[in-house]
Design a protein around this ligand. Structure first.
Ligand SMILES: NC(=O)c1ccc[n+]([C@@H]2O[C@H](COP(=O)([O-])OP(=O)(O)OC[C@H]3O[C@@H](n4cnc5c(N)ncnc54)[C@H](O)[C@@H]3O)[C@@H](O)[C@H]2O)c1
Ligand SMILES: CC[C@@H](O)/C=C/C=C\C[C@@H](O)/C=C/C=C/C=C\[C@@H](O)CCCC(=O)O
Length: 266
């Protein structure tokens, strides 16, 4: 996909992986809607991006992706300003085992809603011109983390939903490719959540174990996750792919033996 003039919507864009995605998309000539709950961080991010890119190429929209009407409104504003939608990165996520219901709402429910909203605008079935959706999972979407069972559940959900809706998109010819990225530990503010009892809740007892895990597996720079995003955008054959990103193996893919559970087509 040539990104020049394309329109992207990135959730959780104010910092971390989402900000790195947004910078890279702008650098490749795309227009970007920056959605984030954190107003101050979002405005600071927009100001910094305006120092490097045309201010008309990005739009910060304060949005809690966990609030249905706010997310719907953010998509509407994006289309109203930029006129189309080609790429959606459902990136926003939290790691909160204490308020685990919020974790489910942000990491899973909002990702599903963001995917459906993206399909509303991009799917050929709805008169759209197709596009690409990237849902941020985690290696915890493949390997269960004893110190984060709810986070693990949400990321397993991201992987499962993405693989299934990608198959739906292919079967119904939506013209939309849907893939997920599963990084190991990445150098962003979220990583610090493992050191916060208010985030880890009853699993704070594992804090030393997690520190050893991080030492063992290492910490990835967000720029490598950006490389994964660019690979997905550029390689048109990727749909339903589960991209893993680790220090040891870099960018690689989970291979599944189980076939799609597909209705008998008589
Ligand atoms: N950092 C890691 O080690 C790591 C590893 C694998 C996967 N991930 C996933 O990558 C994604 C991005 O994580 P990150 O490390 O950049 O985190 P981060 O905390 O650095 O950034 C997340 C951004 O999302 C925003 N956000 C949080 N809740 C929101 C909401 N309800 N509505 C809108 N915005 C909201 C935050 O304000 C923040 O700007 C998440 O889905 C995370 O689970 C992170
Ligand atoms: C994972 C639960 C939560 O408490 C921690 C969150 C911290 C960072 C975000 C999370 O997405 C990162 C997960 C990283 C996992 C890394 C490695 C292991 O899951 C196992 C890797 C096995 C392998 O590389 O083969």
């Amino acid at each position: 996909m040539d990104l020049t003039g394309k329109v992207a919507l990135v959730t959780g864009a104010a910092q971390g992986i989402g900000r790195s995605f947004s910078e890279a998309l702008l650098r490749h000539g795309a227009k970007v809607a920056l959605l984030d709950l954190n107003m101050s961080a979002g405005e600071a991010c927009k100001k910094a991006l305006d120092g490097e890119f045309d201010a008309a190429s990005s739009l910060f929209i304060a949005c809690d992706v966990g609030a249905e009407e706010e997310l719907k409104c953010a998509f509407k504003k994006t289309i109203e300003l930029f006129g189309s939608l080609d790429i959606v990165c459902n990136n926003a996520g939290i790691n909160n085992e204490h308020n685990w219901e919020q974790t489910i709402n942000v990491n899973l429910t909002s990702m599903i809603r963001g995917t459906y909203l993206a399909l509303d605008y991009m799917s050929k079935e709805n008169g759209g011109k197709g596009g690409v959706i990237v849902n941020m999972a985690s290696l915890a979407g493949i390997f269960p983390a004893a110190h984060g069972p709810v986070y693990t559940a949400t990321k397993h959900g991201v992987v499962g939903f993405t693989r299934a809706i990608a198959a739906t998109s292919k079967l119904l010819d939506y013209g939309v490719r849907i893939n997920t990225i599963c990084p190991a530990f990445v150098d962003t503010p979220l990583l610090n959540s493992v050191n916060q009892e208010q985030m880890m809740g009853r699993y704070y007892i594992f804090k030393d174990t997690v520190k050893k895990l991080i030492q063992h597996y290492g910490i990835l720079d967000p720029s490598l996750i950006v490389q994964g995003l660019m690979k997905i955008l550029q390689e048109e054959e990727l749909n339903g792919a589960v991209m893993k990103i680790t220090k040891s193996k870099g960018i690689h893919f989970e291979i599944y033996e189980t076939a799609l559970i597909q209705p008998e087509v008589k």
